[in-house]
Design a protein around this ligand. Structure first.
Ligand code: FPP
Length: 250
């Protein structure tokens, strides 16, 4: 058995892991190839991360696949990412079913090409009763845009007198975010050595443990996920309490 796997405490597995898959372009460049080659080679890492997370008992995995800012990349790269999304979702659907994976998306998905929306909606609909793990893809996602959208939707309810302004609390906000059906993030992993959150799940990561690794995303494998989880398990999550309170479970 894998030595790293043995040192993981299966009773302390993060419930929700979020991943910023960074470094595809650099990975391709290092090999003298075009950036898109890196995106294509990202798929093995996505599959292995999802499979391993699921086997360990992680219930929610959220992957940053395309940010609102990514629309500013060269058209060639945006088109390539969209077709990669479409072909991957089509091809993987039987695997999602076999592995009992529920697919979800967060973001302004209305701005994706119609063909991408169609396959995405189909995969979400067909996997909606799966229960092993929820795999969410952040697509045309930006946390600030999400918060603006949330404020608009809550304001409309206030204006229409469906909601009393005094009733607005953290729960109401949670219920209007794209992540309304997801719990808070426990562990955020970012690859490629960059140490930023880059407009990802700002509200949802309020108490997340952040883990940064130099590995470029296409090279990320299950041992790297084990490392991140071991690191997470060695941290003390206090949620504002003292260390003593946490130890005595007060
Ligand atoms: C970051 O690397 C990666 C992205 C912006 C895109 C990630 C998307 C995928 C892996 C494919 C999406 C497909 C599915 C099925 C969800 P980068 O290009 O910013 O790398 P760099 O920082 O080295 O330039």
């Amino acid at each position: 058995m894998d030595k790293k796997l043995q040192s993981i405490n299966l009773n302390k597995i993060p419930n929700h892991i979020a991943v910023i898959m960074d470094g595809n372009g650099r990975w391709a460049k290092n090999k003298g190839m075009q950036r898109v080659f890196g995106h294509r080679n990202a798929l093995t890492a996505i599959r292995e991360t999802a499979d391993t997370a699921s086997e360990l008992g992680v219930k929610y995995l959220t992957m940053y696949a395309f940010s609102t800012e990514n629309w500013n990349r060269p058209k060639f790269e945006v088109d390539a990412l969209m077709s990669l999304l479409i072909t991957t979702l089509k091809k993987e659907l039987p695997e999602f079913q076999r592995k009992n994976v529920k697919i979800n998306s967060i973001g302004d998905t209305q701005s994706l090409p119609k063909s991408a929306q169609k396959v995405l909606n189909k995969v979400i609909e067909e996997t909606k009763n799966n229960t092993k793990i929820t795999l969410s893809f952040a697509l045309s996602y930006g946390s600030r845009e999400e918060i603006v959208n949330t404020i608009k939707n809550i304001s409309k309810k206030v204006v229409n007198k469906e909601l009393d302004i005094e009733k607005i609390d953290q729960n109401i906000i949670n219920n209007h975010l794209y992540t309304f059906n997801l719990p808070d993030v426990d562990l955020m992993i970012r690859t490629s050595g960059e140490q930023r959150i880059s407009n990802f799940l700002l509200w949802q990561m309020a108490y997340a443990e952040l883990y940064f690794t130099e590995i470029l995303w296409p090279d990320f494998r299950k041992e790297n996920l084990f490392d991140a989880i071991i690191d997470y398990q060695n941290r003390e999550r206090r949620f504002g309490k003292t260390s003593e309170q946490i130890k005595t479970n007060e």
